[in-house]
Design a protein around this ligand. Structure first.
Ligand code: UDP
Ligand code: MG
Length: 320
């Protein structure tokens, strides 16, 4: 199987026929083997019966996973990834805000040698105040913090080479951070402008609160990507800095005591110094505990601490 399209579906009954039409139109022009995996995320409208109907009529192409309840878009995407068989994975929304007609252009980019092609909804057709503006701020922040420079993390329409998705689990709202993870395992990433349409049917499931979740997820992602195999560098670095400031303050107090006869314990700086020193020391100890956790994590799953692009004259898995 060459190509897997994955689509999360939550109450999109009226959009689905449009989606199927558009997907069939594009795929018939492409001449490759493909599947469309639709993940019904606990819809309570008629989405599931629409999906069943299409799946019965087109067995090899249309596959459906239906959740027992609503688990969220990221979980739906994760389920689709678990079952996808394609070498190339394309994610897109079911609401026809993304345009399946952009897919061939994205596949052509992958053929140029990229591992991930990210869609950018340059003229986005969503609410400016609750969606577009917060998302612009969030995108700027994510780019700056992670060093992976994309304009539009939130755009679902993205194409991936399968191997950059392996070994990665999705939690929270984290599907938008796949490029950050992919970049950390050495993927070549590029960005293309894609079409975006206003919703014709149904309504958006998100508002301003999503941006807050995304920013919280950013902390986790940054930590995992930058320090997950060396947490002591973060905890130890912060701890060392705090201890140093605490120590320097104490030296200042002692010098003041010796030469200017100012009482050490009478100054609030004394408490501050003691607190900084203790906190710093605690932080280093936490870093050591985190180091133990990291070892358990990697060794229990026999996860290597590196990723390989190709191997020459080597076949066996060192873990066997
Ligand atoms: N979606 C989902 N589960 C949810 C929320 C959304 O599967 O809990 C799907 C939804 O059906 C759509 C996609 O995720 O296909 C994007 O959702 P939406 O259009 O509401 O987001 P927006 O485009 O406004 O960011
Ligand atoms: Mg949408």
């Amino acid at each position: 199987m060459k190509l897997s399209l994955i689509t999360p579906v939550f109450n999109e009954q009226d959009n689905l026929p449009l989606l199927f039409d558009a997907v069939y139109k594009v795929m018939s022009s492409l001449n490759t083997s493909w599947e469309l995996i639709l993940v019904d995320d606990g819809s309570y409208d008629k989405s599931l019966s629409v999906l069943k109907e299409y799946a019965q009529n087109d067995l090899p192409h249309i596959r459906v996973i239906s959740f027992r309840r609503n688990f969220g878009q990221t979980a739906a995407i994760a389920a689709g990834l678990d079952y996808a068989q394609g070498e190339i994975i394309v994610l897109l929304d079911a609401d026809m805000q993304n345009d399946p007609a952009d897919i061939p252009m994205m596949l052509a980019k992958l053929d140029e040698g990229y591992d991930l092609v990210s869609g950018w909804r340059k003229s986005r057709k969503d609410n400016a105040i609750t969606r577009n503006f917060p998302s612009m701020v969030a995108n700027g922040l994510i780019s700056w913090v992670t060093g992976v420079h994309l304009h539009d993390y939130g755009c679902t329409l993205k194409a991936y080479r399968r191997d950059v998705l392996e070994g990665f689990r999705l939690y929270g709202e984290m599907h938008r951070f796949i490029p950050v993870y992919a970049s950390s395992v050495g993927a070549k990433i590029t960005e293309v402008q894609v079409n975006h349409h206003p919703r014709k049917f149904g309504k958006t499931k998100y508002g301003l609160e999503r941006t807050i979740k995304v920013i919280l997820d950013l902390f986790t992602v940054k930590f995992l990507v930058a320090y997950s195999s060396k947490p002591i560098y973060l905890f130890g670095g912060a701890g060392g800095l705090l201890m140093f400031i605490g120590f320097a303050t104490m030296v200042y107090l002692l010098v003041r005591r010796l030469f200017f006869l100012v009482s050490v314990t009478g100054s609030p700086l004394f408490q501050v110094s003691a607190m900084l020193f203790t906190l710093g020391f605690q932080s280093i100890l936490m870093g050591l505990i985190a180091e133990l956790l990291v070892r358990t994590y990697h060794e229990s799953q026999r996860k290597p601490t590196y990723t390989v692009r190709t191997m020459i004259n080597l076949e066996h898995d060192p873990r066997d």
